[in-house]
Ligand binder design. Structure first.
Ligand code: ACM
Length: 548
């Protein structure tokens, strides 16, 4: 931390120092936390993080001079916003007033940054040191209500401990949505009690394509894993304590081969022998999609019934992306459904499918969110759109009065390479540098004020086809997620006017925090030796064609 509180990330709304001579507020053995009603969870979090890093007891109480007061404050809610906070220090203590418990929590995250990078460690260093924060006043609130990161745990399973660590990283960047992509052709990752084969069969594949889909190589070793319902409840509760909502994604009707491998009756049995399908071992868009039958609808209602019991999220993501229509064109059953329902074509059949679950979720007090393909045959009434194929889907949805989460692949797909050249360990997709992400604007100029209001937020997506470990995910995610977090939280000027050089200066302090947290980020100068190609999956990929 520099002395002035000016290397905060994301950039706060307003920061002032009453007078440089006021100096610093010291935290020591006597420092108490006064947690006013509703902020007990924030106090617990401060003790478990700042308490662990400093070794200070941070006892409960209000009778010391040096204390940290946590308070939900109606005036802050009114004047700064529900997730906003005011952090006010003087020589005696520090007050964090939030518009809600979430606001207090984001203020506590700022406090940890103000304490310096060592406050991000998990145990105190042996050298005795003084802990202090600059005396200053901050008023801060997020630009967007939905500040998300999607993690694809289907293509490569991420063990629970790593997901929990990821939640901590999102919280440290004031992001508040973890969208978990739980199902895909290559794996089903959530225990569903009624359908045990989804994980007995669907969570495992025999081998994995190495690198891009064009690569001729497989690793010839089994891969898989899943979260039990209790594992997932733990993740959800851990995230909730950090004011992060876990949005589950059960992808349908495409990206479903793992489910069909487990329950062949879900597929288009009148077109192919679905009993011959196994969990997919390569990447790309898969032709084996769900059959639009009553059996499938009932099956997925059962699945979602269990999903709703685990995830309190108001939003449930049903995917809807990349559903090739070839099998439906060839299927007498699908064609009969089109005729019965008076649908124009297979796109409308997909919309019929999505509309069914929109009504089903709405009837249970939840909201459907889906990828922008759900626009194609007509958008379901209550749907929110994740706009990934650029801005166009989001613009159309917003103009039609739907809520939108902007996550265009051209800007914020963090699996895409972060530099040109051969050194990147995962050299796929568009080159999107830290600066490119910093200049990403979630609200396109085409939208008028009313349309802009419908952009409820933005999200960075981390697909894991070529990321088999947390280390790889760290590398792809950081530092770009720090830039993304600032886009999502801070009220930055228009993209061309953003001060990237100043952001980079603040990043110097932030890299030290990431180091303290043990994040294997991409350093500004390029990958470290162990992060470079070859080394995908820990072994050379000789013989593989160039990855494009
Ligand atoms: C997607 O990238 N298929 C949503």
């Amino acid at each position: 931390m520099n002395d002035t509180g000016t290397d905060l990330i994301p950039l706060p709304g307003a920061l002032s120092r009453p007078s440089p001579s006021v100096g610093r507020l010291v935290l020591n053995e006597d420092t108490l936390i006064e947690a006013q009603p509703g902020t007990e969870g924030v106090a617990r979090w401060l003790r478990s993080t700042v308490g662990a890093a400093t070794g200070l007891p941070l006892r409960d109480g209000h009778d010391a001079d040096h204390r940290i007061v946590l308070r939900i404050d109606p005036a802050t809610a009114r004047e700064v916003g529900p997730e906003g906070y005011r952090l006010i220090g003087d020589g005696h203590g520090l007050r964090i007033h939030g518009g809600s418990a979430a606001g207090v929590f984001w203020g506590a995250q700022t406090l940890r940054q103000l304490l310096g990078p060592d406050a991000f460690r998990r145990a105190p260093l042996p050298s005795k040191r003084q802990w202090s924060v600059p005396v200053l006043a901050i008023e801060d609130a997020p630009r967007f209500a939905w500040r998300g990161a999607m993690l694809d745990v289907a293509r490569h399973f991420m063990p629970k401990g790593d997901v929990l660590a990821y939640v901590d990283l999102l919280a440290a960047h004031k992001l508040n949505v973890l969208h978990l992509h739980l199902t895909d052709d290559q794996g089903w990752r959530l225990e569903i009690k009624r359908y045990p084969r989804l994980t007995e069969v669907g969570a495992w594949r025999a081998r994995t394509k190495v690198g891009h889909r064009a690569s001729p190589l497989w690793d010839e070793r089994p891969h898989g894993g899943y979260y039990t319902q209790d594992d997932m409840r733990e993740i959800v509760a851990y995230a909730a304590e950090r004011h992060i909502t876990v949005v589950p994604e059960i992808d349908m009707p495409g990206h479903s081969q793992a489910a069909i491998a487990a329950y062949p009756e879900l597929g288009n049995t009148d077109v192919i022998d679905t009993t011959s399908l196994s969990v997919w071992d390569t990447w790309g868009v898969n032709p084996n999609v769900l059959a639009p039958t009553d059996t499938t609808l009932a099956f997925y209602e059962d699945v979602l019934t269990e999903v709703l019991e685990i995830f309190p999220s108001p939003f449930v993501h049903i995917g809807g992306d990349e559903c090739p229509k070839d099998q439906w064109r060839a299927s007498p059953t699908a064609q009969a459904r089109i005729a019965e329902e008076g649908l124009a074509d297979e796109d409308e059949l997909q919309s019929w499918f999505i509309r069914h679950f929109d009504r089903w979720l709405t009837g249970r007090g939840r909201r459907l969110v889906g990828w922008d393909e759900i626009l194609e045959g007509g958008l379901a009434e209550g749907a929110t759109v994740s706009s990934w194929r650029g801005y166009a889907g989001g613009i159309a949805a917003a103009r039609a009065g739907h809520d939108v989460v902007m996550c265009p692949e051209q800007q914020v797909y963090l699996d895409h390479r972060q530099a040109a050249g051969d050194d990147e360990p995962v050299p796929i997709g568009f080159v999107r540098t830290l600066e490119d992400v910093y200049r990403f604007e979630p609200v396109p100029p085409e939208l008028d004020a009313e349309g802009a209001e419908r952009v409820i937020g933005t999200q960075a997506n981390i697909w894991t086809e070529v990321m088999e470990s947390r280390q790889r995910v760290d590398y792809q995610t950081f530092p770009r997620l720090a830039a993304f977090a600032e886009v999502a939280w801070s009220r930055l000027p228009a993209p061309e006017a953003r001060d990237f050089a100043a952001f980079e200066r603040r990043m110097t302090g932030h890299y030290a925090r990431l180091d303290a947290l043990g994040v294997d980020y991409r350093p500004p100068g390029g990958p470290r030796p162990w992060q470079r190609r070859p080394g995908v999956l820990g072994r050379p990929i000789e013989g593989a064609p160039p990855i494009v």
